[in-house]
Design a protein around this ligand. Structure first.
Ligand SMILES: C[S@@+](CC[C@H](N)C(=O)[O-])C[C@H]1O[C@@H](n2cnc3c(N)ncnc32)[C@H](O)[C@@H]1O
Length: 230
């Protein structure tokens, strides 16, 4: 069992500016832990977490990946990440989240986290087309008005627009071009996001494999992890 990352460096008042890890975060952590062996067998070189917030998920992922991958880089990635065994890219619209993500990594002894302040994958695609071995996203999934979507502050943590799907739906068409051939995408959803419909969409429209691998009730919310692969 891998210890949950130590977040003691984040002050109480910081959580007014960055998402505080909650049940949704912990469900995503549990899904990654459940797939620990599979993830290690995959020998991921480039991982990406979209919407990294505190950096808790990426830090745990880095601990899972560990250093089992040394010297196994393929040539094209080697050119990009010379002398680095793995890189953990993160994106977030929230500048404070990007800084907190970096600090969380360092606080837990993880030096390979590279936060990028951008929306979804804007700042890294198409350069890393089909290069991402592990992709994670705990999105802003709460049902809100359309107008609430797209801030760069703490509201971006939850404001998901119609069906809580507006940010999620921007990403789904891109997944095929983001994942490496054996790449895995872990996506957190709630009931209101219509997870079964997302699974169908990924299968029928984007011709990918998709299934719900975990579900858990958290108060009034029912949360799901959807796993998507080529
Ligand atoms: C529910 S929080 C999850 C935070 C963290 N990953 C966790 O699990 O605790 C959603 C995160 O996504 C970020 N976010 C919202 N819209 C985004 C977008 N279009 N691109 C990148 N990040 C986004 C928010 O700023 C927030 O940090």
């Amino acid at each position: 069992m891998i210890a949950t990352p130590d977040l003691s460096h984040i002050k109480r008042e910081d959580y007014e500016k960055v998402y505080e890890p909650s049940e949704d975060t912990f469900l995503l952590l549990d899904a990654l832990e459940d797939d620990e062996k599979l993830i290690q067998q995959l020998k991921p070189c480039v991982c990406l977490e979209i919407g990294s917030g505190s950096g808790c998920v990426t830090t745990l992922l880095a601990k899972i990946v560990g250093n089992k991958n040394a010297g196994k880089l393929v040539a094209d990635k080697e050119a990009i990440f010379a002398n680095i065994q793995q890189v953990f890219l993160t994106t977030d619209l929230n500048e404070f989240a990007c800084e907190t993500t970096r600090q969380t990594g360092l606080h837990n002894g993880i030096t390979q986290i590279e936060p990028v302040r951008t929306s979804l994958v804007d700042g890294i695609m198409p350069r890393l087309k089909n290069c991402i071995d592990i992709l994670c996203f705990n999105p802003p999934y709460v049902v809100t008005t359309h107008e609430e979507v797209g801030s760069c502050g703490i509201e971006a943590s939850w404001a998901g627009g119609i069906d809580g799907r507006e940010v999620i739906d921007q990403l789904l068409p891109l997944v095929k071009d983001i994942l490496s051939p054996n790449g895995i995408f872990y996506l957190l959803l709630i009931n209101e996001n219509k997870p079964d419909q997302v699974v169908q969409l990924m299968k029928e429209v984007y011709r990918m494999d998709a299934k719900i691998i975990m579900e858990r009730r958290a108060g009034r919310e029912k949360q799901f992890i959807v796993k998507i692969t080529h």
